[in-house]
Design a protein around this ligand. Structure first.
Ligand code: COI
Length: 393
């Protein structure tokens, strides 16, 4: 291996209050940003050609040139992962971390960036989890959300790949993604604004896919369920770029939220009749024992939860179809649900299409409930992991 595990570095990490869990109200976590103790940083210049040894540092702001590739041209990727406390023993569980590492490598190729190796990625994630152990919520209260970032941090004025890259991993304790908690959500189909186009970057997790569909109601503050935090956190270094990108398209999102919808369901940009995905997650429709989800053909993010749910559903005897899914399929469905790392498996109560509201089955005996329980039991260590998807930290 080019880069040996640097876990011994953790000896220098202050873990004195490991079990205290800080001042946090574990029962009301939501998906707000709670700053944690440590982040992992690793750099790579174009001359080096590959990432070398990284290290943990105190969580805090990072310095970036105003001309950095990420700020000027959006050269950046991110990942989302979760760590749960292990049931009945010490330590934490990650879910399919190598899948995230592979997806970052694939995205990096598309975005002309060098990427960490699988070992480097997974090791960095493990170190970040261990160093922030006191922030992993108690069992049943949520998870430690892990955010690996790969950014063009080097300065560049003309449009070209940046001369230096930074791989950074930070983490925050989270509960449910949507304000509805585990309750079913309400979507609206958006046909005038599109998330991705053929030949674009919809199929990779570039940061620029998300600015246009951002759901926060206030771009100038970061809130968790209890309080609003001043704008003094690392990710807001990117705020000016995000704001620029948001201006044209955020109106649809804001309109949707002001009308009481949870989120927006996007259609394909060419025919405007095929489902793509929701701002932060993939979408599934259920009819009888058949579950359909839009095929990933470059405009849809290949979600790791999506892939896992497809496999679990097939194991449970459902016929799973990855194909173009039309608005008519949606209207005709018994059930609709969304999947994602942050979202997990979220049942959809209603979808509004051209002003008409369609309702779907929700509740205890639904397919989404069955898949939610099956998936989270594996992720939380409550059921045997016969697939080898979980990784102990
Ligand atoms: C995730 O589910 O981890 C994502 O990356 C979506 C993000 C908008 C929270």
């Amino acid at each position: 291996r080019r880069w040996a595990s640097s876990l011994p570095q953790l000896e220098s990490v202050d873990r004195s209050d490991e079990e205290s869990g800080g001042e946090i109200d574990w029962d009301n976590l939501g998906f707000g940003l709670t700053p944690t103790d440590y982040m992992y940083v690793m750099r790579c210049s174009v001359e080096d050609g590959a990432f070398s040894r990284g290290e943990l540092s105190r969580y805090g702001n990072i310095e970036l040139s105003p001309s950095s590739g990420v700020l000027n041209y959006g050269q950046g990727l991110f990942e989302g992962m979760k760590a749960y406390r292990r049931v009945g023993r010490a330590g934490y569980t990650l879910f399919r971390p190598e899948e995230n590492a592979r997806r970052m490598q694939h995205g990096a190729e598309r975005m002309c960036m060098p990427a960490p190796s699988l070992d480097q990625f997974v090791d960095a994630v493990k170190q970040t989890v261990l160093a922030n152990g006191r922030w992993v919520p108690p069992q049943g209260k949520g998870a430690l959300y892990i955010r690996p970032l790969l950014i063009g941090s080097g300065a560049i004025l003309g449009l070209a790949p940046a001369p230096e890259y930074t791989f950074l991993v930070y983490a925050a304790p989270v509960g449910n993604y949507f304000k509805e908690g585990l309750a079913p959500i309400n979507l609206v189909v958006e046909d005038g604004v599109h998330r991705a186009m053929p030949g674009g970057t919809g199929g990779v997790k570039t940061i620029t896919n998300y600015a246009p569909v951002r759901t926060s109601s206030s771009p100038l503050a970061v809130s968790n369920s209890n309080h609003t935090t001043p704008v003094d956190l690392p990710h807001l270094q990117f705020q000016s770029t995000v704001l620029d990108l948001c201006v044209q398209v955020i109106k649809a999102q804001m309109d949707a939220k002001s009308k009481g919808f949870t989120d927006v369901l996007y259609l394909d940009a060419v025919h405007k009749r095929y489902l793509e995905e929701v701002s932060s997650c993939n979408v599934f429709v259920v009819k009888g024992r058949v579950i359909a989800t839009p095929a990933t053909r470059g405009t849809i993010l290949p979600g790791i939860t999506r892939k896992s749910v497809i496999e679990l559903a097939a194991d449970r005897g459902y016929k799973v179809e990855e194909r173009p899914v039309t608005v008519d399929d949606l209207i005709d469905a018994d059930e609709v649900f969304c999947t994602g790392t942050a979202v997990v498996v979220a049942p959809v109560a209603t979808v509004t299409v051209e002003g008409q509201r369609y309702s779907f089955r929700t509740g205890p005996d639904t397919v989404s409930q069955e898949l939610y329980t099956t998936l989270t039991s594996i992720q939380m260590g409550l059921a045997e992991d016969s697939k080898g998807w979980t990784v102990a930290v």
